[in-house]
Ligand binder design. Structure first.
Ligand code: SF4
Length: 423
């Protein structure tokens, strides 16, 4: 027994509800176990019980042992006066909470609750419930996935709200920053975001007509134009950047932030920067297009870009490839940008406008994108749960990263259903 499990058992009424008595032998009925309190103070608030013939309404505190009351110093804390019930697993020291009735749950918890809980906590697999989730009803799982997606977006969009406030509610800027971070994908997201933040959008926008100047601004600000180059193309970029840097008093980020190691060359930051520059070059009203377009078929072409010609034969400056290949942003990368930038920004924009219908459309956009393929979705698939679209794969990522890997099965709807199942 531990306190989290005891709270869980109390919260979901997983003990035998009939035949309860207080430590003083009075019959006890739990009418409402109360609302779980995650802040300071008693564990459950606004509960309602009947002791003998008296109905009591108020707060309840739970402990493994009644002596924990003293160990936690509750006898000196006003927040714990006037409780209606002290629930313990073991009443090792009687009357520690004065006149507060005491209920010991020791003999009222069915054995299968412990068995299922221990099985989950001791499971050696990466996914503690493995295929057991298949015993949970589909409708319950889908409801849980929707809540997980909402939780994921709430966490993500909290940070975006801060970015928005820091940029005087400039949505174009938010899109620019988040899109840049997205082009860095997992490995180079931070330097990409720093790059965008070091270069106000209005500067590359002013030079949008010239791809070379837009590229010079981004490569220069990335700190990648500091070397002595032999190829003409980086030399031209240098020349342009020297001029633009002085004109706008720009300060580049340091080049050593960029990671190339253990990456596929197609994902090198040089290629991603060239593609990002191509996107800025070709987009005139990207923000309004992104906000107003909810069909995946119309959004994808907005993001389809190819790095300029030099990159057909290079992954890095001055290092030529034997075979020429155009460096286009691949379909799965485009979908990654829709999942991680476009749909969330549409959702945030709709939420700030209080437009429920548009929030729904942002979710529908995510449902129109195929499920992501990565180690975590593969793990779920191996265990019998295949995401059918990106909304589900995002929710499964949230579930694995925030619950399964930390064994938070007590906070998970699937865990609840597995633990309380009789078989
Ligand atoms: S957190 Fe939920 S889904 Fe994950 S292993 Fe535990 S019960 Fe299964």
């Amino acid at each position: 027994m531990n306190e989290a499990l005891l709270q869980f058992i109390w919260q979901y009424n997983l003990y035998q509800l009939t035949g309860l008595h207080t430590a003083d032998g009075e019959p006890l009925t739990v009418i409402h176990g109360g609302r779980l309190n995650k802040d300071a103070g008693p564990d459950f608030l606004e509960a309602k019980i009947k002791v003998g013939n008296t109905i009591l309404v108020g707060n309840i505190e739970l402990h493994i042992k009644s002596s924990d009351w003293l160990r936690h110093g509750h006898q000196h804390d006003k927040a714990y006066q006037n409780l209606i019930l002290h629930v313990v697993y073991e009443n090792d020291v009687p009357n520690v909470a004065g006149n507060t009735p005491v209920l010991s749950l020791h003999d009222h918890i069915p054995a299968h609750i412990f068995d299922h809980y221990v099985n989950l906590m001791q499971a050696p697999q990466k996914l503690p419930c493995a295929r057991q989730h298949e015993t949970v009803r589909q409708i319950t799982k889908e409801g849980w996935l929707s809540r997980l997606l909402a939780e994921r977006w709430e966490q993500k969009l909290g940070d975006w709200n801060v970015l928005l406030e820091n940029s005087a509610e400039d949505w174009r800027n938010l899109l620019y920053w988040r899109m840049a971070a997205n082009f860095g994908f997992k490995t180079n997201a931070t330097p990409f975001l720093m790059l965008a933040q070091s270069l106000p959008l209005n500067i590359p926008a002013k030079h949008r007509e010239s791809l070379l100047q837009v590229e010079a601004l981004f490569f220069g600000q990335a700190g990648m134009l500091e070397d002595d180059f032999k190829d003409d193309y980086p030399r031209e970029l240098q020349k342009e950047y020297d001029y633009l840097r002085k004109k706008y008093k720009l300060k580049p980020v340091t080049a050593h932030l960029w990671k190339f190691l253990r990456m596929r060359p197609a994902n090198f930051p040089t290629i991603r920067i060239a593609q990002f520059a191509a996107l800025v070059h070709k987009s005139v009203h990207l923000f309004s297009q992104v906000i107003e377009t909810h069909s995946i078929k119309e959004i994808e072409p907005l993001l389809e870009v190819t790095a300029s010609e030099y990159w057909n034969t290079h992954f890095q400056f001055d290092v030529a490839q034997k075979q020429a290949t155009p460096k286009s942003l691949g379909k799965s990368s485009v979908q990654n940008v829709v999942i991680n930038t476009i749909a969330p920004i549409q959702f945030l924009y709709a939420a700030r406008q209080d437009t429920h219908a548009l929030q729904e459309k942002a979710l529908q956009l995510l449902e129109a994108v195929p499920a992501e393929k990565n180690n975590i979705t593969a793990l779920w698939e191996d265990n019998g749960w295949k995401a059918i679209n990106a909304a589900q794969s995002q929710a499964l990522l949230q579930l694995y990263n925030n619950y399964c890997s930390a064994k938070r099965c007590l906070d998970c709807t699937i865990g609840l259903n597995i633990i309380r199942a009789k078989e």
